[in-house]
Every structure is written in C-alpha cells, then in structure tokens.
Design a protein around this ligand. Sequence first.
Ligand code: CA
Length: 347
Amino acid sequence: MINKVDYQRIATEEAFITKDVLDGYMRLLQDSSFDDPGFRSLWGYFGTHQSPRARAINEALQSLGDLRLGHMDAAGIDHQVIGLTAPGVQVFDPATASSLAVDANDQLAEACRKHPTRYTGMAAVAPHDPINAPKEMERAVKKLGFRAVIINSHTLGHYLDEPQFAPVLEAAEALDVPIYLHPQTAPPSMIKPFVEAGLEGAIYGFACETGLHMLRVIVGGVFDRFPKLQFIIGHTGEALPYWLYRIEFMHGAAVRAQRYESMKPLKHPVGHYLRNNVYITSSGVAWQPAIEFCQKIIGVDRVMYAMDYPYQHVPEEVGFCDAMTIPDADKRAFFEGVARKVFKLNF
Ligand code: CA
C-alpha cells in the first residue's frame, strides 16, 4: 500500500556494487597486510556474513535490474540516483582503483541507458589518482551522462581539503556536477574506540568521520578557492546543522586568536558555506524533526530525500516522509524538486 501523492519520489543516495569491486574487497579481506579495521568490519559483514540481512543487502547491491526495480516499485520510489557503494574504489592502489572506476561507471551507465526514467548515475572516481580522476569525471559526465561524482569520504586516510586533491575539486566545479561526500569507515588512526564499542558504522562512526570531512573542507577554505563547487552530504547533514551555532562561534574565536596555523580566516561564516555550497539528503533518517530542522537551517531548496537503498530499504519509511506535516510545496521540493535541479533530471 503506497500512498498516492502528487510528487515523484526521487531517492538520491542509493548504492550498487560491481562483481569486480566486490571480488577486490574479498581479496583485501584475505590480505593480512591490509590493516584497516573499519574496512574489515564493514566488508567482513556485508561481504561474507551469513545473516539474512547481510545476504539480502549483498544481493541487492549487485542488482541493477529486476530485483532493484521491484524493490523500488514496492516502496513507491520512482527514481534512484545511484553510486558505487562505500568505500568505492578508494581502498585500492591508484591504478587498480582507476580501472575499476571506469568499469563500474560503464556498467552503471548501461543500466541508466536501459532505464532512463528509473536511474541516474553518480560517477565513481579514484581521488588518489589525480591525473586520471579528472579525465574519468569528464568522461562520466560528458559521455556517460552522469550528474554527480561520489567520493566515499577519506581516501586511505586523506581528506579532500589536502592540496593533492585540488584537480578533482577543480574538475567537479568546471563540469558543474556536485560531489556526493558519502561516508565510509574511519581510517585506522581514528577508529579504535569506535570499533571497541561496535559504533564504527552507520550507527554513529560514519557521521563523525564524514561530518569531520565536510567541516575540514569548509574550514580549509575549499569553497573560497572553488566558490561554485557543490557538495552533497547525507543522513540529515552528518549532524553539522545541529552543531552549527557552536561551530561558528568557536571557529570565529580560534581564527581571531590565530590559534592554529592551519585555520585561516574564511570569506564567510561557516553557515554561509552550508547554505551556498552544500546540499543535504535524508538518507536513513525518515524523521520529520531532523529533516525539518535541516530545511530551516540551510533552506528548503537544499534538502532532498534519499532512502539509502539497500542498506536501509524500509518501505514503511517512505510513508513516514509522505506523512510529514510540512507545507505541501516543501514536501514536493524534498521528494522531487530539489533533486531535479541538483542532478539536472529531465525524465
Ligand atoms: Ca549510503
């Protein structure tokens, strides 16, 4: 029983995986020299665990056909914006990563060509291959018709505010496509206390690490250098809107005191960048208070729906969002209008 509504439901942070990337993950799990507890926890579970949940997600990730379309129909999802699942190709050496990204993009593009009204692609990219990454981004956007780039947070412990990633940021700005900054598990330098308590994944660790990454990009001055660049973050903004008041206060105080060599003055307060360079999706948070709060803080024109398929494929949650007691126009923007604008959808 799907509600009849006068908007299309566009889900904007939906995941898939290719066989080759999955095989690559399985090889890394068997390589005892690959010392990444977060990766081992994440893909040890979704790659090899025999629980019904892990098996169902593994199967759905590999489908760009009838299984996925059936799940979308059953939940009332008209359209998915799809990206290669975390950590994408970013755990492989640069050459392997780039070639796996090309193949993943080709496979996703093929599915988008087959189902143009159902799927839109986000490009996988190897940020640690700064010669090939911008070329692949250009191919993915101009030849394959992709409308965003997905980067699964840090790349082997490195963050997008670091200078070696400038070519990737420059290419995204020049191609006029947003970067979806999707979570992955924290790097070994950060993860120990999370893993000890079972908190390193989507429950909490993802938000800490990706929120940190987004904030590094902002306070590192990336948007002063690339003012037209747009990022998208999920999970109702990885908690940043909720903390914004204190972030702005403490950022201002630290800059005035010249406390940190790395923390230079910005052209604008932190909130300005959230409101002008960042979009937020509701992935995994079918909860009116959080969604409405994001709309209030960064604007109705910057918040959009996502399910987080197949990790949080809960059809009832679509109904929770349909039932939000917000103005009709805001709900249409949330489910359809903002995504159409951000991803330049024309189906
Ligand atoms: Ca996700």
